[in-house]
Design a protein around this ligand. Sequence first.
Ligand code: ATP
Length: 246
Amino acid sequence: MVNNAVEVRDLVVERGGKRVLPGISFAIPEGQVTGLLGPSGCGKTTLMRAIVGVQKLRSGTVEVLGEPAGSRPLRDRVGYVTQEASVYDDLSVTENLRFFARVLGVSDDGVQRSIDAVDLGANAAQVVGNLSGGQRSRVSLAVALLDQPEVLVLDEPTVGLDPVLRRDLWAMFHRLADSGVAVLVSSHVMDEAQRCDRLLLMREGRIIADDTPRRILDAAGVAEIEDAFLALVESGAADGPKEGVA
Ligand SMILES: Nc1ncnc2c1ncn2[C@@H]1O[C@H](COP(=O)(O)OP(=O)(O)OP(=O)(O)O)[C@@H](O)[C@H]1O
């Protein structure tokens, strides 16, 4: 049986006076890579913020590993990588990792393991300020991996990466999932959909599909997720809240 790492019920979030999430419910299983896909501005980041517990909720509940999102017992069990690299530009890759390892109480073995996991071994001694955008975001990812989280939330981790690196990162997400981690990856690029075990398709704050890529394609009778998305929008699936927790 697949256990759910995250359960969201009737979640309503308002930002700047606007209802960004109008009341959504869904679950994210452990041991799988779940893709959160939808156009820019549809609410992906807001939803991820709610899952990691840094977003004020208007109503509804978000449970992670059986605990309220953001609660103390989850501190070292949930990893979050934002779109902005949150590392020190004037330190090298290794120095950054050592710094955060000390803060988190992780041994130096963890530093090397994290650097290897994101394939930055060749850049380990380089100052982060001199790295490319994609390399910098991989340093943030390495930091998030330090304490071996059970839930890993990644906001558009593959933006701007070349195809080889993208492929390698997706392979790493699947390795983590195979070890039991619930990996949630957002993207506004629909062609990343096929790399996910499950998909949450999102539009204007609502989840319009929650299933495997195969079943979403079959249900719409199309070959591409982008076409399935369009078919769901045209069929009106995007107009009302989707009921139930998968
Ligand atoms: N700090 C904020 N104050 C007010 N409104 C906000 C704030 N941050 C985001 N919003 C609004 O909330 C909505 C959802 O934004 P969000 O960043 O969650 O979307 P997204 O799907 O992650 O977009 P992207 O793919 O471009 O990152 C947008 O309409 C946005 O304008």
